[in-house]
Design a protein around this ligand. Structure first.
Ligand code: ADP
Ligand code: MG
Length: 242
């Protein structure tokens, strides 16, 4: 292919020499990521595996712009992020990154649909009929439109996690990050939640980076990244199992 005719888009995510230490400047300073290089293309569906304490959550929090590296650079859609100020960082996060945690962090003072609308409202969208309609479409897509006006705690754990996925997708992020989203679900609820990530990956084309301990889930991803002691020690493409 002639790249002068069809320039390829930048990867959605590129990490260069990413290092992270906690407790910097104290006697307890400890480096937990020792130089991570990684490229994720648009629409890729990757699992991130590795033992507890290997640095998976630390890495995801850096990519999600929830924390800053001690060294290295994170490019989101070709844009360097390390030197952004807090306002710019929040704006980029609101445009480009969806995040689903193991514990969903839904706010029980708000209804389910208000929780789903929240990222869009924080990003400056108006709480108008169009925003509400989009939130309802997403709730419908995760099978929960009939629960839109309930409080999060009225739903099961699996349902709450599906609400969290709808919320993460509200901004149509090109990158969806998930930190053990099925970690506290039974296997049936875990399968349902995983199926949603797959469906949205295919329909919206968002790249997915999903931390999991579950080998069954990792086997269904297109690429498996493996961490050990703060380093990426394996990166393999695979044919996803059905
Ligand atoms: P994983 O998600 O793979 O279980 P983490 O990223 O949570 O791993 O942790 C990686 C290492 O960093 C662990 O040794 C952990 O104890 C340490 N760690 C994580 N968060 C902090 C923190 N806020 N302060 C100090 N050490 C931390
Ligand atoms: Mg973790």
């Amino acid at each position: 292919m002639n790249s002068a005719v069809t320039p390829s888009p930048p990867p959605v995510l590129r990490l260069d020499g990413l290092r992270k230490a906690y407790g910097v400047g104290t006697p307890l300073e400890v480096e937990v990521l020792h130089g991570i290089d990684l490229t994720l293309q648009g629409g890729e569906f990757a699992a991130l595996i590795g033992p507890s304490g290997s640095g998976k959550s630390t890495l995801l929090n850096l990519i999600g712009l929830l924390d800053t590296p001690t060294r290295g650079e994170i490019h989101v859609q070709g844009r360097p992020t390390v030197d952004l100020n807090d306002t710019e960082r929040t704006a980029l996060r609101g445009r480009s990154l969806g995040f689903v945690f193991q514990f969903h962090h839904l706010i029980n003072a708000f209804s389910v649909i208000d929780n789903v609308m929240m990222p869009a409202l924080l990003g400056g969208a108006k709480p108008d009929a169009a925003t509400r309609e989009r939130a309802l479409e997403l709730l419908d897509a995760v099978g929960l439109a009939m629960h839109a006006h309930k409080r999060p705690t009225e739903l099961s754990g699996g349902q709450q996690q599906r609400v969290a996925i709808a919320r993460a997708l509200m901004i149509r992020p090109p990158i969806l990050l998930a930190d053990e989203p099925t970690g506290n679900l039974d296997s049936r609820a875990a399968d349902e939640v995983f199926a949603l990530f797959r469906r949205f990956n295919q329909s919206f084309g968002c790249a997915v980076l999903l931390v999991t301990h579950d080998p069954r889930i990792a086997a269904r991803c297109d690429r498996v990244l493996e961490m050990l002691d703060g380093r990426l020690v394996a990166d393999r493409a695979q044919t996803a199992q059905a």
